[in-house]
Design a protein around this ligand. Structure first.
Ligand code: HDE
Length: 698
């Protein structure tokens, strides 16, 4: 029998990617789950060389059995996600506001795990879907796990949790055809949204560039609901939680999002992985908006209504600490897939408000984890287990790994001392619910204070720069153009008339609506004079420098070595990266005769993957790039996506062929002289040359 032809290779790959030869004794012996050493993992046990497989092959059966059960149900929402470990560091003691242990001591670090996600798409969907992003943080504090399960948008579609299944059914793929997935651009979503005026504020946010972030590193996070912080005297302060990215906000443009999804559907995952693996740890600051009952009563909207924000101008944000993500998971399934966030995971000093959405979530998350992870013992999985000591009297169930030791598994008990007593409640240390006074009739009603659905939607729109307002209108037109039913389009436009007449007309025009519908009748007449709020714009809150961003340099043979070196140094000094794209996978030869290695082959590294580009064509190889269709796409996309473009003289034939030569503007910088490099890198901090948009649109 020939066994050598099926035996594994003798060369193995080391952790750093290096290869080395092994002999049999260097690696652990493969075993079954029972620890039995395996002699042959290539051939199942059969009767004769060409005969049937024997049922007795326990190794084969165990292997296939386990494989058959590898999947668990994906999350019903937020199925696609990516997580990382890190820490939260407290700037100052907040003991005057809360007893929450993690906020007591300045400089203290609390381990955290964060999972970012999209909402609507299935687990295998693409990263750049137009969608809300989840931003869920588990803090492993010394007094238990606190989960802050937030989003990158501070408001939500609905006001009452009872509508969540309807919202999610409407947004996900339609039940008969099972498409489209990971997008809101279909009839069911807009039918539901147009019938739910309370969703209008959220619609404005998801039609803005907030829903197509450049990366997780450049987006904000929000706890959305009003929560309570409670101090040692029992005083409660209302709080809204914010995450502010240290690198500033950044989004892509829609056409770019569509193309990134093709070029690299894992764009956001890769970005987080690469930045953490290269030691560029992303950071956010935790901001608190703190307010009391008096403010809550005087605020024109209900602080329990998750479709409303409290503008930062009304209640400034107090930055109290920073979150740093500095370690990727060892195993995606064990950690990112099995992590179980629960809004009801709070610790002493943090409590809920009566927001009806939050109240509903407090039921849903625990329930969903049982379905997903299959056992009430999901808290025994290391990613979910507290890192502080914990003692429950819960026992048994599927996969129980931490049953109480000893005789006592009930409370109260009289087995005292000598380890026999088991854990006891502690009125001093234990969690106390804030004793809010509640009374009233049992009713199914929505408070009148929740009735204004349009004023803040308008405030959001008015807070955007004209460029961003244009994007909101374009997205509505795009999304509604995919809706087959004319009535839905018209109904949506008539709701938007209550936000802004000009916006609604622009959308109607874009959709070719011949008769402008009347404004729908609002539940409460909106106000039109809420002051615009600067923090609501992405462009107004961009970075101050190019840190954490990436330039894609398209090079060809003869490229100026000094120019490449200077550009690389300037970017490194800025904390930014350079990635080389060349027509050949190996790279291109510079004018000094050395090979400049390429990270991407032209075509595999389109310009949508970069924040700015440099076309460093070499003298003598002008036509190599000009003739290459992927090179033409590279520059024309970069130009259309309003990127800063640096170029050498030899790039001009490519520009001619790409049809942009006559349109070159101040966002396109000649780099014939290496001294121009530093001003180009400075210019890139603006991220995009927005002025070009009017030219491109024409
Ligand atoms: Fe969630 N949500 N949600 N949600 N949500 C889930 O829990 C739910 C809502 C959010 O990375 C589910 O473990 C209800 C608002 C994030 O694992 C589920 C309602 C906000 C994640 C669930 C909401 C969120 C989830 C599905 C309406 C922003 C991903 C899988 C009352 C503040 C967490 C799971 C992760 C996940 C229910 C609304 C954020 C079904 C009933 C508002 C970031 O339990």
């Amino acid at each position: 029998m020939d066994k050598t032809s099926t035996s594994p290779a003798e060369t193995v790959i080391g952790k750093g990617g290096e290869t080395h030869q092994i002999s049999g004794g260097d690696v652990p012996t493969l075993t079954t789950q029972q620890g039995v050493p395996v002699s042959d993992d290539q051939n199942s046990l059969r009767i004769g060389e060409r005969g049937p497989t024997a049922l007795e092959d326990f190794h084969f059966r165990e292997k296939i059995f386990h494989f058959d059960h590898e999947r668990i149900p994906e999350r019903v929402v937020h199925a696609r996600g990516y997580g990382a470990h890190g820490f939260f560091e407290n700037y100052e003691s907040l003991s005057d506001i809360t007893t929450a242990d993690l906020f007591q001591r300045a400089g203290e670090r609390t381990p955290t795990f964060v999972r970012f996600s999209t909402v609507a798409g299935n687990k295998g969907s693409a990263d750049l879907a137009r969608d809300v992003r989840g931003f869920a943080t588990k803090f492993y504090t010394k007094e238990g796990n606190w989960d802050l399960v937030g989003n990158n948008i501070p408001v939500f579609f609905i006001q009452d949790a009872i509508k969540f299944p309807d919202l999610v059914h409407a947004v996900k793929q339609e039940p008969d055809r099972a498409f489209p997935q990971a997008q809101t651009a279909h009839d069911n979503f807009w039918d539901f949204a147009s019938l739910m005026p309370e969703s209008t504020h959220m619609l404005m946010w998801i039609m803005s560039d907030r829903a197509i972030p450049r990366s997780f590193r450049f987006m904000e996070g929000f706890g959305v609901h009003t929560f309570r912080l409670v101090n040692s005297t029992g005083k409660s302060t209302f709080v809204k939680f914010h995450w502010k990215p240290k690198l500033g906000l950044q989004s892509v443009v829609w056409d770019e999002a569509v193309k990134i999804n093709g070029a690299d559907p894992d764009f956001h995952r890769r970005d987080l992985w690469n930045s953490i693996q290269s030691g560029n740890y992303p950071e956010w600051e935790l901001g608190l908006q703190l307010f009391d009952e008096k403010f809550a009563d005087s605020f024109p909207f209900d602080v329990l209504d998750a479709t409303k924000i409290i503008p930062e101008e009304d209640v400034p944000i107090r930055k109290v600490g920073r979150l740093v993500l500095d370690r990727m998971v060892d195993n995606f399934f064990a950690e990112t897939e099995q992590v179980a966030f629960c809004t009801q995971n709070v610790i002493p000093g943090i409590d809920f408000s009566n927001d009806p959405l939050l109240q509903g979530r407090n039921f849903s998350y625990l329930d969903t984890q049982l379905k997903r992870l299959g056992s009430p013992n999901f808290t025994h999985i290391p990613i979910n287990a507290p890192k502080c000591p914990f003692h429950t009297l819960q026992q048994d169930g599927h996969m129980a790994m931490m049953n109480p030791k000893g005789r006592v598994n009930y409370e109260p008990n009289s087995w005292n001392g000598a380890g026999g007593g088991g854990p006891r409640e502690s009125p001093t240390k234990g969690f106390h619910s804030y004793p809010a006074e509640e009374d009233g009739k049992k009713l199914r009603v929505r408070s009148e204070r929740f009735a204004d659905h349009y004023s803040q939607a308008r405030q959001f729109y008015m807070s955007q720069t004209p460029t961003e307002q244009g994007h909101v209108a374009d997205s509505f037109i795009f999304e509604l153009s995919k809706v087959e039913n004319q009535c839905i389009r018209a109904r949506m436009v008539s709701n938007l008339m209550n936000v802004d007449g000009v916006l609604a007309k622009k959308i109607a025009q874009g959709l070719g609506l011949t008769d402008m519908p009347e404004a729908s009748k609002p539940a409460k007449q909106p106000v039109t004079d809420l002051k615009p709020s600067k923090p609501l714009s992405i462009i107004e809150n961009g970075p101050q420098n190019f840190r954490g961003r990436k330039i894609g340099a398209l090079i060809s043979d003869g490229v100026d070595q000094k120019l490449v070196d200077t550009l690389r140094q300037a970017l490194e000094a800025e904390g930014a990266m350079l990635e080389i794209v060349a027509p050949m996978v190996g790279g291109a030869k510079s004018n000094s005769g050395t090979l400049i290695k390429a990270e991407q082959k032209l075509g595999g590294g389109p310009s949508v993957l970069y924040d700015a580009v440099a076309i460093l064509a070499g003298k003598g190889s002008e036509q190599t790039l000009a003739k290459h269709p992927a090179a033409r796409d590279f520059v024309s996309d970069a130009f259309t996506h309003l990127k800063f473009i640096a170029y050498t003289e030899a790039a001009k034939p490519l520009f001619e062929k790409s049809g942009i030569m006559s349109d070159l503007d101040e966002g396109c910088v000649s780099l014939n002289d290496a001294s121009a490099v530093s001003s180009f890198v400075k210019q890139c901090a603006a991220l995009r040359f927005w002025k070009r948009e009017s030219v491109v649109k024409m």
